[in-house]
Design a protein around this ligand. Structure first.
Ligand code: COS
Length: 386
């Protein structure tokens, strides 16, 4: 494995570019957008203009053709400033453009990807349902084939779908039951549903504790018709497509955790150098110095685990176990750093005016979304042969 501890010049430049953008364009708006629970299409378009849509898609479809580690570093730098914007980009690239790029036929790729790579539109991943979260095979959304029109008719609902109900949403990849397989289990297939669509209601989900400036939708399909050419991959291949997409998605959620941990550490370090108690900067007190040391050590370990998983992915080696480990560990480190950072800020850390308060809330999703920590442990234990 050619894992290097030195960043290439190209990767450092990308990191600096995204960091500068996040500090200049996102940081001044993050508090207000969080307070108003507002998804910003303007800011999303700006991230598109920076090249953060279609990062891993090859240039022939309008993408940037980045390697996986570069994409992950871009997500990390966004999350260092604001989890909501990082979530928009992570969900769009890994879960939106990703399945289209990896499983779409030539026509599907030529039709959808250019817009999704140029920052003109978002694509969402419709897996989770009111009664199918961790048990992702329990989908109740049905797709019935109408032979007379050569169309599929979709009926059901999806919940907590990132980027699915915004003014920039162009479509959703939807998992639905299309019959039963030879063992009598539900046969699951994926469909590309362009939005808006007759019979589809897209409702923004409000009153979230975290990621308040990201777009989260509830979707109701009431006999939504799509042509048979809208099937992604083969009939019955839907669950495999969804699961492989989540293997990739875990890397970007891990990147969000790593970025959030680094952001909390940045803030806590700065504050610990300024705030004085008992005649000196609080960072000079062992109680605070040890907290910062622990945060830095765990962040370093999280980075190494995540980057190793990315390098394996890049080299087309088995990476799935490491992706689950990275998702699990980076989420836990993010929550740890946000909590310890908040503790260092004392009473100020409880005030919304201080970004560490938002980081504390935003970290909570990481252990629940895109597969809970318990699911990651289940996946890892299966790889261990348990
Ligand atoms: N890649 C490819 N195929 C996979 C796979 C993966 N990562 N995981 C499972 N499969 C395949 C299996 O090989 C199996 O194929 P066969 O039927 O041909 O043998 C099939 O899918 C069913 O696998 P399994 O029996 O292991 O599925 P389970 O129902 O036990 O579920 C877990 C497996 C728990 C891993 C899955 O349901 C999961 O990841 N749940 C969490 C979902 C999630 O993250 N939801 C949040 C989404 S927010 S975007």
């Amino acid at each position: 494995m050619t894992y290097s501890f030195e960043e290439t010049e190209e990767l450092s430049l990308l990191r600096e570019t995204v960091r500068a953008f996040a500090r200049k364009e996102i940081a001044p708006l993050a508090h207000q957008l969080d307070k108003e629970e507002c998804f910003s299409a303007d800011l999303t378009r700006k991230m598109g203009a920076l090249g953060l849509f279609g990062t891993i898609v090859s240039p022939e479809y309008g993408g940037q053709g980045m390697d996986y580690l570069s994409y992950i570093v871009a997500v990390e730098e966004l999350a260092r400033v604001d989890a909501s914007q990082a979530a928009t980009i992570a969900a769009h690239n890994s879960l939106g453009a990703g399945p289209l790029y990896y499983y779409g036929n030539e026509t599907q790729k030529q039709t959808y990807l250019p817009d999704l790579c140029h920052g003109e539109g978002l694509w969402a991943f419709g897996l989770t349902e009111p009664d199918a979260g961790s048990d992702a095979q329990a989908s109740k959304t049905m797709a019935t084939y109408d032979k007379t029109k050569d169309e599929w008719v979709i009926r059901g609902s999806k919940l907590w779908i990132t980027n699915s109900a915004s003014e920039l949403t162009r479509g959703i990849t939807v998992q639905a039951v299309t019959g039963a397989d030879d063992k009598g289990r539900p046969e699951l297939s994926c469909f590309l549903v362009q939005t808006p669509a007759a019979g589809l209601t897209q409702q923004v989900m409000k009153d979230k504790m975290m990621w308040r400036a990201s777009n989260t939708g509830e979707l109701v399909f009431e006999d939504v018709r799509v042509p048979s050419s809208a099937m992604l991959g083969k009939r019955g291949q839907g669950f495999k497509i969804m699961m492989e997409t989540l293997d990739n998605g875990r890397l970007s959620i891990a990147a969000m955790g790593l970025g959030l941990a680094k952001g909390a550490l940045d803030m806590a370090l700065e504050y610990a150098g300024q705030r004085k108690t008992f005649g000196q900067a609080i960072g000079k007190h062992q109680a605070i110095g040890f907290k910062l040391a622990e945060m830095a050590t765990r962040t370093e370990a999280a980075e190494n685990l995540l980057y190793k998983a990315c390098c394996l992915r890049q080299e087309q080696k088995p990476y799935q176990k490491y992706a689950a480990m990275a998702k699990l560990y980076c989420s836990e480190v993010a929550e740890y750093c946000a909590r310890e950072g908040q503790q260092i800020f004392g009473g100020y850390g409880l005030m919304k005016e201080f970004p560490i308060e938002r980081f504390y809330r935003d970290a909570a999703l990481l252990r629940i979304g895109e597969g809970t920590s318990e699911i990651q442990r289940m996946v890892i234990s299966r790889y261990l042969g348990c």
